[in-house]
Design a protein around this ligand. Structure first.
Ligand code: PGA
Length: 238
């Protein structure tokens, strides 16, 4: 199966920068890349519509979150249905920044995912332990609990991707050891069956080759390095 190479742009970039970035990515796509990878970009909400219009059809479009509610008086929220209407195909849910900084719980993530599935979106559900949890050796308990409670019963291999992102590796330049990635991905595979499993956390051109060839690593969720077209493409070619 092709590797899914997903760019999580987070809260970065003007509209012009976002447009330049997708155009630069599109320019660098070649048949060899497409034979091994699928590309996905996840811009901030406000750029989704514009990016959807200019995006090369060989690149999929994703959002970084959606509302836990269907519609109504929820100031500031964006619903799964609204995303679908814009042509969005994927939505990242339960990213550790939302869990840690915005207080999202497993239950919230599961409710969001169920709504996203109802509206035909593919969810990328993020899990991962914190540094002290790994030091205590309880990383599998944490990830197992997150998987059990964040992935709704509507999940299947067509509508759900799991992203394993050790929190201590996100945006820090620290990457998990390939042996630890292999071990955790095997654990997630056992629980998640044939769901695709991405690795995320300081993935960059220098380490992508080794991470992406690790068993049960079906792609990458890339933050910082996805903001540079050459780095994102180089990861996809790894
Ligand atoms: P990073 O972010 O690649 O900058 O570590 C990954 C993520 O948060 O998805």
């Amino acid at each position: 199966m092709k590797k899914l190479i997903a760019g999580n742009w987070k809260m970065n970039g003007t509209a012009q920068e976002a447009e330049n970035l997708v155009q630069a990515i599109a320019k660098g796509i070649d048949p060899a890349l497409l034979s091994q990878s699928e590309l996905l970009v996840c811009p901030p909400f406000v750029h989704l519509q514009m990016i959807g219009k200019v995006l090369d059809k060989r690149i999929a479009l994703g959002a970084q979150d959606c509302s836990v509610d269907e519609n109504g008086a929820f100031t500031g929220d964006i619903s799964a249905a609204m995303l679908k209407q814009l042509g969005v195909q994927y939505v990242i849910l339960g990213h550790s920044e939302r869990r840690t900084l915005r207080g999202e719980t497993d239950e919230t993530v599961a409710r969001k995912a169920a709504l996203a599935h109802k509206h035909g979106l593919i969810t990328i559900i993020c899990v991962g332990e914190k540094e002290d949890e790994r030091e205590k050796g309880i990383e599998k308990d944490v990830v197992g609990r997150q998987l059990g409670a964040s992935v709704p019963s509507s999940a299947n291999s067509a509508n759900t991707v799991i992203a394993y992102e050790p929190v201590w590796a996100i945006g820090t330049g620290k990457t998990a050891m390939p042996a630890d990635v292999q071990d955790m991905h095997a654990f997630i595979r056992k629980k998640g069956g044939n769901l695709r499993i991405l690795y995320g956390g300081s993935m960059k051109p220098e380490n992508a080759g080794e991470l992406l060839k690790t068993p049960n690593v079906d792609g990458g969720l890339i933050g910082g390095a996805s903001l540079k077209a050459d780095q994102f493409l180089s990861i996809a070619k790894s």
